[in-house]
Each structure stands twice: as C-alpha cells, then as structure tokens.
Write a protein that binds this ligand. Structure first.
Ligand code: WTA
Length: 636
C-alpha cells in the first residue's frame, strides 16, 4: 500500500525513510494506485546525474488530462473544478464543473488540431488569469502539444525571444487584460513581438475586454466562434511518460532565459502527490493559490496538482489592492477558501496596510496558509500567522523552483511543527544535502552550505530546451553527481532547513526571478552607457529590489542624470518588463574589477546593502580606487 496521504508525523518519517531506502518501490506504488495509465511502465527510474539524464516510468503511456479531468467525471462531474473570480468584484464568479471543463478543453483541443497543431508542436500562451488560460494548457496536453506559457506582464521583446527560442507555431492571447482599474493591450504587445517571429503561423484571440483590435489577415482569429462549432469530444493523444508536457522559461544568472522542459508522467505524479500532502486537501475543500499561471507555481498548484486530485481550484484575475487591500480577504470569505497559498511579497504589502482591511471579513474557513517564491522574513511570517491564520492555520513555507517542478521542502500542516522562516523538512522522495565550497557534503546539524539534491525525484526538469549542455553546466557541474539549486541553506539543530537566498546572480524581486545579465544587456543598449552592473538590496515589500551601477561614455556625462535614469528604466521595461525596473541607479566613473576583468559584484552588493564596513580585501582589484568613489557617491 502506498502512503499517498500522510496523516501524522510518525508516518511522515516512516514514509520519508522508505522513499530513501526504496525510491523506485515508493514511487511505483503511488503511481499504480492513484493514476490512470494506458500502459504500465517497464522501468520506474533510470538516471545518471553526470550525463545528466533522468527518466521516470519509462515505457508507460498516458495522457495527463485523463488524470486531471476524465477520470473524475463519473463521481465528480458536477463538482466545481475551476472557480473563476474576475477582476471586477461586482462581476459574477464562474463555477466550471469537471463536466464543463471536459467539454471546454476538448473544444479548444479540436480547434488547435484544426489549425494544424500536432503532437510535439510548441504553442505559446500569453493570456491573463482567465479560464481560457488553464483551458489552453489542458487543451495542448490533450493533443500532445507542448505549451510554453509566457507571463502576460512580460514585454514584447521578452515574448518574442521566448517564442523564437522554442519555435512556437501558434500564440494564444487575448485582446487585452484587466489589471485593477486599468486595462492592458496584450494583443498590441503580441503584434509587436511577432514582427520578429517568423515561426508563428496562427494567433488565436480571446475576447476579454471588448477592445477594438486589428486581426492580421490569415494569421489572427477570434477564438469564440471557432469554439462554438467545435466538438466537445476529443480523443486524448496517448503520450509516452517522458514526452515533454511543457516548457517554462526561468531566468539564469547569465545569458537568455532557460526554457525548462518538464515531461509528462513524473511531473503528474509528483505535483499531485505534493498537492495532496502539503495542503492536506480533503474532498469539498476550496483551494486558492494566488500565483499567476505564467509561473511554475500556477502550473503545478493551480492547474495540474489540484485537478489531478479532483480538487476545486480558485483562479483569480485581479490584484490584491483592487478595489482595496481587502480584496484577498473578501475572496476568501466569499468562496469559503480552505487553503490559501501566496507569496511573501504580497503578505508584506498587505501587512503594511495594517489589520483594518482584515477585520471586515470572516476568514474562519481557512485551514492552511502557504508561502512560496522567496524567503519569508520573520515579521511577515508572524503577521500572516497572527492576523490571517489567527494562530490556528499552520503556515507551510514551501521551498522549490521552476526546475524542480514541485514542492521540495515544506512542513505538512497539522503534522510537522512549524518554525518561523523555516521550510523545515524534505518531502518524501527528496534527499537534500548541504555542500561546502570545495564540494564536500556537510553532515550533521547546525550547519550551512549550498543546497543540493542527491537523488532524482519524479518532477525534476529534464533539460533546457535546445541546450542540454547549458542544463548540465548550470545544475550538474558545480558539484559532482548532485543537482545544485543555486540557493544557500542552513540546517538547524533538529534538521530543519531554512533557505538563506540565492548564491548566484539571480535576484528575486517580489517573488520574480530576475537574472542580472539580461537587465545589464538592456541598459548597455543605451547610447550614453558604457557599462553596468546590477545587484540586489533589501526592500521592505519586494524582498529585494534592484540597484544598478552605471558608467557613462564620455558624451553621456553631460546628460541630465534624472532623464538618463528614466530612459534606462524605459529600456528595461521594453526589453524585459516593468518588473525588472531598477529602484536605484548610481552613475559611477568605473566598476570594481578583478585583474582578469570580472566585475566584483560582491563589493557592489555590500555597498548597495549599506554594509561598507566589511568589504573584504579589495587590494587585489584592478582599480581599488573606484570603490571609495562609489561609496562616497552612494552615501550622498
Ligand atoms: C526562491 C518558485 C525561500 C529560491 C516556486 C528558489 C524560496 C527560487 C522559496 C525559485 C521559499 C522559492 N523560501 N526561497 N519558500 N520558494 N524560493 O523558479 O531562491 O520562480 O531557488 O520557483 O525562489 O523560484 P522559481
């Protein structure tokens, strides 16, 4: 018998031990008992981190949508699968039952087929948080097309580079989107992006805001009329366990974003299993994750994990501050939400508004509170615990990554005693290790190091689209025979883990991972700029904010600095999106460099964080004199 649903601490420890001793058997039992397969696997796992190569449930055949939809129809056809809460608080919520979801996914799947999309083709999805977004993911999965969702806050440049990287044949978008009291012209952004995307043949457009848009002859079509005439039956494409399910881009410390590839069976098994346990989901619970489906959290814990468990998952189109800062609490009360999963940056923004918005609403339905995306600071943890959970709903601080596909470290609510700011213990199947800089594993407790994972789990990303070498270099080369996360962590006296933050040049701003390199590239395009370096510094709402050091070409020095700052941020907005704008820009005569010419970000980071007292040894720098100058200017 599998331990699909863990119910107490002893059972957790027992299950974790089993998952380490007999990983194949452990996952095989879960896969066997809780999913539908068209054909059983020949082999549970083969792996080699040195290549690297990981395969789970090889030889098995399945379709993930049969697991997320079809199999629930008999018993739960009338249960709400997706509960859509629109941006406008006065507009009605939409309850999409499993029966209806089945029909809508099939209709869209048939439309995709009629437009020439086949198994293995890539479809880019650039949509706001409306039901069509979740339905698009599932429709692609229904016919074996690989979806690549791009967060609808990214700029046209960011969109086109992602479309081209994986050569998407189609884009699914909308005429526009609502964001609080504003509307955003999504179709205009797509049009601009597609000027540079010869691979895109078709664009399907959802009408969301009744905008007057132009449809490009032969390329663009409104989706609604196509759906109306499409059949509600669509045979599921039978997929191999290791066929790609989706690509999702994430920022790296260098170069262009990486298209992480997730495959079918392992991803399904792991996201379903972790959803059940981390949220202790029970039949008839209403679960709400506030993430956008443009990020991995939305893929795994709005769409696939919940639906694989036959859950009711809330999709929220709006923002926490519209019409006021009580919006989250109002939605919780309205839909009697039981599990609420959000990001520390939202918690901090709401905490800053004080408790008054909370008082108006009844939050007694809440049973579990989740946190994800960045380290949660002690103050935010307590505010969440005291004011939202009323000290009755445990907080699950879930640590994981786009690359891991599912939650890796987390307490199990009502089971694992929580500790503020700690992600606590590994989930079953996860074998974390802390390593020192020379690559040795640090054993014992009360230690800290670089967080690695020793053994594969079912939902590990299999590669970077089109660049397996980069996958190897990024995750499997820092330490031998280990997956390296890029995060630092400490292990306390009882073996609980706390994530201390990135140890590379990725900066997490409001829960969004931003690589420094693409931002610097954008800045350097400014004709007055010679060079730039970006670092993170603490920010009370965003967690980290961006600090840019910019050196100007001679001609640029004459220019008004405030205007330059505006132009630089505009360039960043155009290239990446407004989320990557800099909070501070300091113009400097030079950047501190090693003798080999590498920018010493460590020093710049300390200056940005106001930690000038311990800059370390700067005498080996090529140009130690610039450091003093930078400090002097920073203090002005
Ligand atoms: C960070 C989001 C501390 C971490 C699911 C990781 C966290 C990166 C936590 C991945 C947490 C995520 N505590 N840090 N609970 N969750 N992170 O790919 O640095 O968007 O490597 O996946 O976010 O971000 P990503």
């Amino acid at each position: 018998m599998s331990n699909y649903h863990i119910k107490h601490l002893e059972e957790y420890f027992k299950t974790h031990r089993k998952s380490v001793r007999e990983p194949e058997l452990f996952w095989e039992e879960i896969a066997e008992e809780h999913f539908v397969w068209r054909k059983r696997w020949d082999k549970v796992l083969s792996w080699d981190f040195r290549k690297p190569e990981v395969k789970w449930f090889e030889g098995a055949k399945l379709n993930i949508t049969e697991n997320c939809i079809d199999r629930h129809l008999r018993m739960k056809g009338d249960k709400t699968a997706i509960l859509f809460e629109p941006n406008d608080p006065n507009a009605p919520a939409e309850h999409i039952t499993y029966n209806r979801l089945y029909e809508r996914v099939n209709q869209l799947a048939n439309v995709l087929k009629s437009k020439g999309i086949k198994k293995g083709d890539r479809v880019c999805i650039y949509l706001p948080m409306i039901p069509e977004l979740a339905i698009s993911l599932l429709a692609c999965a229904r016919i074996g097309a690989i979806h690549s969702v791009v967060f609808a806050g990214f700029s046209s440049n960011a969109l086109s580079s992602r479309i081209n990287d994986s050569e998407c044949k189609m884009v699914i978008t909308s005429d526009g989107s609502y964001r609080g009291s504003k509307t955003i012209d999504l179709k205009g952004i797509v049009d601009e992006a597609l000027i540079d995307c010869p691979c895109v043949e078709k664009v399907l457009v959802v009408n969301r805001i009744n905008a007057e848009i132009e449809l490009k002859e032969g390329r663009d079509e409104w989706l609604a009329p196509l759906l109306e005439t499409a059949s509600t039956e669509c045979e599921a494409e039978i997929m191999d366990a290791e066929d790609p399910l989706f690509i999702l881009y994430t920022s790296g410390s260098t170069g262009q974003p990486k298209g992480m590839v997730h495959t079918t069976a392992g991803y399904m098994v792991y996201t379903a299993y972790t959803f059940k346990n981390v949220f202790q989901y029970r039949e008839n619970d209403v679960y709400w994750c506030t993430a956008d489906i443009g990020w991995i959290t939305g893929h795994s814990y709005i769409v696939y994990g919940p639906l694989a468990n036959g859950a009711t998952t809330v999709m929220f189109e709006g923002v926490p501050s519209y019409p006021d800062y009580g919006r989250f609490w109002q939605v919780i009360e309205k839909h009697k939400v039981n599990q609420f999963y959000t990001a520390p940056t939202a918690i901090r923004a709401l905490a800053k508004q004080g408790g008054s918005f909370l008082e108006d609403y009844n939050l007694s339905s809440l049973k579990v509170l989740g946190s994800v995306g960045e380290p949660i600071n002690e103050e935010a943890w307590h505010w969440y615990n005291d004011n939202v959970g009323k000290r009755k709903s445990p907080i699950v601080d879930t640590w994981w990554q786009t690359e891991t596909g599912g939650i890796m470290l987390s307490p199990l609510p009502y089971i694992t005693p929580t500790k503020p700011t700690y992600a606590t213990l590994p989930l079953p199947g996860i074998q974390p290790a802390l390593l020192d800089e020379s690559g040795d594993e640090i054993l014992g407790n009360q230690v800290d190091g670089r967080l690695c994972i020793k053994f594969p789990w079912p939902s590990i990303a299999r590669t970077i689209w089109g660049n397996h070498q980069r996958y190897k270099e990024t995750y499997f080369s820092a330490f031998d025979n280990m997956y390296f996360t890029g995060d630092g962590a400490l292990r306390d006296e009882v073996g609980y883990y706390r994530i201390t933050g990135r140890v590379d040049d990725v900066i997490i701003v409001s829960g969004h991972n931003l690589g420094t390199a693409p931002i610097e590239d954008a800045i350097n395009e400014h004709p007055a700029v010679a060079e730039s370096a970006i670092v993170g510094f603490p920010h009370d709402i965003k967690g980290s904010a961006l600090y840019g050091y910019v050196t100007l070409k001679e001609a640029g020095e004459e220019r008004n600095h405030d205007n330059l700052r505006k132009e630089i941020n505009q360039l960043i907005s155009d290239h990446i999106g407004p989320i990557a704008k800099l909070d501070k820009i300091q113009f400097t005569k030079g950047l501190p460099k090693t003798r080999s010419g590498k920018i010493m970000r460590r020093i710049l980071r300390k200056i940005a964080c106001n930690e000038m007292d311990n800059l370390g040894d700067i005498s080996t720098l090529l140009n130690p004199e610039v450091v003093e100058e930078i400090i002097k200017d920073a203090q002005q």
